[in-house]
Design a protein around this ligand. Structure first.
Ligand code: GLV
Length: 318
């Protein structure tokens, strides 16, 4: 009998086509709640999930045959790893293939914040473009500014790499220091968290969400940043406290923020929506057809490998 695979959400069809060759696949195309997932998952040997699927202990424990959870994302904070591990369930993610697209979104936010793109765009469409003005909607130069990276993993490095085009010195902070060769390659300097806050003109969050990084950026941290600094988060919303960021933007403690992610996604703090000194995107980090297709194929490949008794290509639990 063919093993059974559940795809929980709408993703590129290539994953369904690939998996259907060997397995019996059910493709759900709307978001499941935790209760719905727990009710549906029982007969499946593998599940292809997205970051919006709460793969909690309750859900994982409802699936006695489950061998693999393949997340269609590089982040995996939606999955209870401890429960998965204790039940011998493989968990995989989709790193590498989305690095460049996600770094592009961080840079879209950087440029947008520095040059006040949403304000200009909104004005043209609403009150209208009334004529050029020497002091109108002035932004900030980016060339030569210091780019700070919190979380110097694959995506953090790709964000830093793009900074070469703007001749940017790079500062980074994370738990461990990189080798000298890596630092040289990226023109990057390892600094304390406090120095990162104080010296960055642009501070880009690129770390995973972990108990250690949760609420790493609160009022206390925003107050240490430069008044002209730009805060970017294209990683996970819970790494900053949204209400504190709103306060920092309202009081001009920082210049601007560019967000692709939110504390209680998809909900967004209503005051944030009213502020003009921020660029808000609906979690589009990896959202290009090329990248999403690669993610779908990688997730499907991981499932195929696990269900045929082999090691997955990109396991989260090593
Ligand atoms: C997107 O946020 C991802 O983790 O892939």
């Amino acid at each position: 009998m063919k093993k059974r695979v559940l795809i929980t959400n709408l993703i590129p069809e290539t994953a369904y086509q690939k998996l259907s060759r060997r397995f019996q696949v059910v493709w759900n195309k709307k978001q499941f709640s935790e209760t719905q997932l727990a009710a549906k998952i029982k007969p499946f040997h593998a599940v292809l999930t997205t970051l919006a699927d709460p793969m909690t202990a309750k859900v994982l424990s409802s699936a006695p045959n489950l061998q693999c959870v393949a997340n269609f994302a590089v982040g995996f904070n939606n999955i209870d790893l401890q429960t998965a591990k204790s039940r011998g369930i493989q968990v995989t993610n989709t790193p590498d293939v989305l690095t460049e697209a996600t770094a592009d979104i961080a840079w879209a936010l950087i440029l947008s914040c520095a040059r006040r793109v949403p304000e200009g765009e909104k004005l043209v469409r609403t009150t209208g473009f009334k004529g050029w003005g020497a002091l109108f909607l002035l932004g900030q130069d980016l060339f030569g500014k210091t780019l700070g990276i919190y979380g110097f993993g694959r995506i953090g490095k790709a964000v830093a790499w793009r900074g070469r085009g703007w001749n940017m010195p790079i500062l980074y902070h994370q738990r461990h220091r990189e080798s000298l060769a890596v630092e040289k390659r990226y023109n990057a300097k390892y600094v304390s968290f406090e120095t990162l806050l104080k010296r960055s003109d642009i501070l880009s969050v690129n770390s995973p969400l972990t108990p250690e990084t949760k609420y790493r950026f609160t009022s206390k941290e925003f107050k240490q940043m430069k008044p002209k600094s730009i805060f970017i988060n294209a990683s996970r919303g819970l790494i900053h406290r949204e209400a504190d960021l709103v306060k920092a933007l309202q009081t001009k403690t920082i210049f601007s923020a560019g967000l692709d992610v939110y504390e209680h996604e998809p909900k967004i703090n209503p005051t944030l929506l009213k502020l003009s000194n921020c660029t808000l995107m609906p979690h589009l980090g990896s959202a290009t057809l090329e990248t999403r297709t690669k993610m779908a194929l990688l997730a499907a490949e991981n499932i195929e490998l696990v269900l045929t008794g082999r090691k997955p290509k990109t396991p989260v639990i090593k």
